[in-house]
Design a binder for this molecule. Structure first.
Ligand code: PLP
Length: 865
């Protein structure tokens, strides 16, 4: 019989071992090796069998063993030391406390639909969640006062196995929050669990409780709708990650955004934590948080919707994560109408205003949908992509929201992702760093990596490769067993893979743009690489297809069938159930990390960064982060046939370039050994990669960028809006309304310049313009000369801007003048534009309004009337 409810009965630890509970209760253990060592020594065999999950360890360890440990002085000393270390970590000042000034926010709320903290908490599906986990861990390490918000999915993401013929099978093991390092958020008085409620149509209400996970110093609040106050449908809202249909997803996002803000308010009230000044939404799913904050401001401060919108925008950061249209969250407009109208409406937040926020108003937009990314950009004054290339692609993609501006000026920046070293770097590599280059661990002196003895690096690389090979064999056995193979049929697995063969890794989700099967394009070519007599290659593959993605499952099946063939199965393996634990094993053990997405659809990618930090080399299409940081010596770039419109031909070209690179370069270098058996040139590349990429790919670099470039400016803007009873927000809202109304009356009437008859470098060009301002005053606008090199079509390339000075108002027209420096030789051009100006704007493009001269200004001597 199946149980109808499940829960976990916890062990009662002997008094002297209670500290173990404190250690387990803070997920810092997931990246703290000394604490993990301590857990291992509780019961080494059990530690293996519970797959390094300390909650299960404490649940299953025998009372006899606990009694022994409670008397073991050496163990107790280590336990006390680990506790001391944790308490110190949680309270001592860190980077944020000394490196930032008064501009820095007192707290930041970070919203994400998924979090990858540890394999033992399967609340993530891929890169978005892993990044969120790394963001919180790094915030903790740096002392950045973030509060994380997410949902607790009762089934998390699926675990994957294979059918006998290689088809992906999904299982959704139920989690039990009582068996996880989580505590319920409770009211201080009566200890009742905190309840968050969100109004639904037809008078229904969605209730949720709030679980608290401690990620080092960072609290993570996870909302859970599986509570008695809910009907079954409402209980199932948080049943699984990205499960169900459109309605289900919308309900999850309502709970995350609106319920999430309410959970934060409850947490801050109970804990005394300062209220967040900045709200960061990791992709569009949590965007409704902005609507709830508007509601709060309307209700508590009597602001109008528009005034509240300005206040909210100022303190909101929105990060977009994908240029793949299918990856962007969109809902039918009727559905939004239903959930934000009638009895479900948020007070002070009219449904037509909600709908307008998500409208795709650009020319190619679909007017029947509500786009969460578009809403994110309208509700956040600061928007970023996740690599330099992705920033550029996003400016192109969403530029229509900013009307008449050049793509380069679209106010979407970028902060390239990074990875949390302690989570992803092998213990042995960290130990090597402690011994040989200690300064690196404090983030300095990366050049010292170049002096590390090569045989030391090679020894560690061999060890990690071997560990991967052994783990792969264990996983293969398990998988083949599940697929129905007999013991005799599995004998070959004992010799599958080889700890001395060049090992290439490929692991990722399986959407079509990632092209899992590009390597299969020419099976004979691949077979030849795998079975090369002197320079063999072995490939370790993992990845999950979305449960609804039949195409992706077919790709997995293609790979599995190829890898099942007797002639290559010892050199190419597909390992089921890609998760953080397998990911760690792979990025640590592979010599080469391969990535072949369709450029430019990979927004950033982070697995290659993890490999690089472990001394792996990247072999990748120049997409995402690799486009930015490939330098010709830190790995290999697979040439991309970007411009080709025929996808088949493109795959053909890129696959053949890939085979060639592996055959002629990668494997040649790997097997080129000196007298001591070391691949010198390879190891030089490894050192170069560590020394130069190391500091860039760290999440500490990423988080500092977020603090300096986004969080601190957003906090400053938010304070400027809120001061004096939200005077700034009121002022800005009414100014924007006035500008929008009067803008049709703004025009550049006339332009002339002097000095172009004998232009030379170092001279100046005096420009004069006459501008009609209609109802506006010179204080409302900036009149700018836009100048620089021009291309053959007269477009100004990488323009500079010079603000002109108003000289004389004449009726409604104003004369402006300025001197453009002629700072370069060659073809040069300029134009004039008028843009709205206000100190509370983050950029002059913000309103999407610009007035340009009617025709390109000729270099005429027109008369200035
Ligand atoms: C790092 C990681 C990802 C993201 O890596 P990409 O390079 O973006 O594919 C996804 N899943 C797991 C388990 C990871 O460890």
């Amino acid at each position: 019989m199946k149980a109808i409810r499940r829960f976990t009965v916890r062990t009662v630890l002997p008094e002297r071992l209670r500290g173990l509970e404190e250690l387990v209760g803070n997920l810092r253990w997931s990246w703290h090796h000394e604490t993990l060592d301590l857990f291992r020594s509780v019961d080494p065999a059990l530690w293996e069998s519970v797959r390094y999950d300390p909650v299960r360890l404490l649940g299953e360890v025998s009372p006899d063993r606990l009694a022994v440990l409670a008397e073991d002085r050496r163990f107790l000393r280590r336990l006390d030391a680990a506790l001391d270390d944790l308490r110190d970590y949680l309270t001592a000042p860190r980077w944020y406390q000394s490196a930032v000034d008064g501009d820095a926010p007192a707290a930041i709320a970070y919203f994400s639909p998924e979090y990858g903290i540890t394999a033992a908490l399967p609340q993530y599906s891929g890169g978005l969640g892993i990044l969120a986990g790394d963001h919180l861990k790094t915030a903790s390490d740096l002392g950045v006062p973030i509060i994380g918000v997410g949902l607790l999915y009762r089934h998390g993401y699926f675990s994957q196995s294979l059918s006998p013929d290689g088809w992906q099978l999904e299982h959704y093991p139920a989690i039990d929050p009582g068996g996880l390092p989580l505590t319920l958020l409770r009211e201080p008085g009566d200890g009742a669990p905190v309840r968050v409620a969100v109004g639904l149509p037809e008078g229904r209400t969605l209730h949720a409780q709030v679980w608290l996970a401690r990620i080092g110093r960072v609290p993570l609040l996870l909302l859970d709708s599986d509570v008695e106050d809910n009907d079954q449908a409402a209980r199932d809202v948080t049943d699984r990650l990205y499960g169900g249909g459109t309605d289900h997803r919308l309900l999850q996002e309502l709970l995350l955004g609106i319920g999430g803000v309410r959970a934060i308010r409850a947490y801050c009230r109970i804990d005394g934590h300062p209220a967040p000044e900045v709200f960061h939404t990791n992709e569009g799913h949590a965007g409704f948080l902005g609507l709830e904050r508007i509601r709060e401001l309307v209700d508590e401060h009597g602001l109008s919707f528009d005034e509240a919108l300005e206040a909210v925008r100022a303190g909101t950061v929105f990060t977009t994560h994908t240029p793949v249209p299918a990856g962007i969250d969109r809902f039918p407009r009727e559905l939004i109408g239903k959930y934000f109208g009638g009895s479900a409406a948020l007070e002070g937040v009219p449904v037509d205003r909600v709908l307008a926020l998500g409208e795709e108003t650009y020319p190619e937009g679909d007017r029947t949908v509500f786009n969460m990314a578009v809403m994110g950009m309208r509700l956040g004054q600061r928007v970023n992509g996740v690599s330099r290339l992705h920033g550029a692609v996003s400016r192109e993609m969403f530029g229509g929201l900013w009307g008449g501006f050049d793509v380069a000026e679209v106010p979407i920046g970028s902060i390239t992702n990074g990875v949390h070293a302690e989570t992803w770097v092998a213990r042995e590599v960290l130990d090597l760093a402690v011994r040989e280059t200690p300064s690196v661990l404090e983030g300095r002196g990366w050049d010292s990596v170049l002096d590390v003895p090569e045989q030391e690096i090679w020894r560690v690389r061999r060890l990690l490769r071997e560990r991967l090979v052994l783990d792969a064999r264990r996983r293969l056995r398990e998988s083949w067993g599940q697929r129905g193979a007999s013991e005799a049929e599995m004998a070959w697995i004992d010799d599958a893979l080889d700890p001395d063969v060049l090992t290439i890794g490929f692991a990722r989700r399986v959407p079509s743009y990632k092209r899992l099967t590009l390597m299969l394009r020419d099976p004979d070519r691949l077979r030849a690489l795998l079975t090369h007599p002197e320079r063999p290659v072995q490939i370790v593959i993992a990845g999950k297809a979305h449960p609804a993605d039949e195409g992706g499952k077919r790709l997995i099946q293609d790979i599995v069938r190829f890898a099942d063939s007797e002639d290559v199965r010892h050199r190419i393996v597909f390992l089921p159930d890609y998760d953080m634990a397998l990911g760690q094993m792979m990025v640590q053990g592979c010599d080469v990390w391969m990535n072949n997405p369709l450029r430019p659809l990979e927004a950033c990618g982070t697995s290659g960064m993890k490999a690089a930090l472990n001394g792996g080399l990247n072999l990748s299409i120049r997409d995402g982060w690799w486009d930015e940081w490939f330098d010709g010596q830190n790995g290999w770039a697979i040439p991309s046939a970007d411009g080709l419109s025929d996808p088949d031909r493109r795959d053909q070209l890129e696959a053949s370039a890939l085979y060639e690179l592996i055959d002629d370069h990668v494997s040649v270098m790997f097997y080129d050994r000196d007298a001591a058996g070391l691949p010198r040139r390879w190891l030089e590349m490894v050192k170069h990669t560590l020394a130069t990429l190391g500091p860039k790919v760290l999440a500490t670099r990423m988080l500092r960028d977020y603090v300096h470039d986004l969080y601190a400016p957003a906090a400053t803007s938010a304070r400027a809006m809120a001061a004096d009873g939200y005077a700034g927000a009121r002022e800005l809202a009414s100014w924007k309304a006035r500008i929008a109304k009067a803008w049709p009356g703004v025009a550049v009437d006339h332009v002339e310049s002097a000095g172009e008859d004998s232009p030379h470098v170092g001279a100046h060009l005096n420009v004069r313009a006459v501008v009609s301002l209609g109802e506006l005053s010179p204080d409302d606008v900036a009149v700018e000369a836009v100048y620089g090199r021009v291309d053959p079509s007269d477009a100004i390339v990488a323009p500079s801007y010079l603000e002109l000075t108003a000289v004389t108002p004449e009726n409604n027209r104003v004369r402006y003048t300025g001197d453009i420096p002629l700072d370069r030789t060659g073809p040069f051009g300029y134009s004039i534009r008028v843009v709205p100006r206000h100190p509370l704007l983050a950029s002059r493009t913000e309103l999407g309004l610009v007035a340009l001269p009617p025709t390109p200004p000729g270099m005429t001597n027109g008369d200035l009337r």
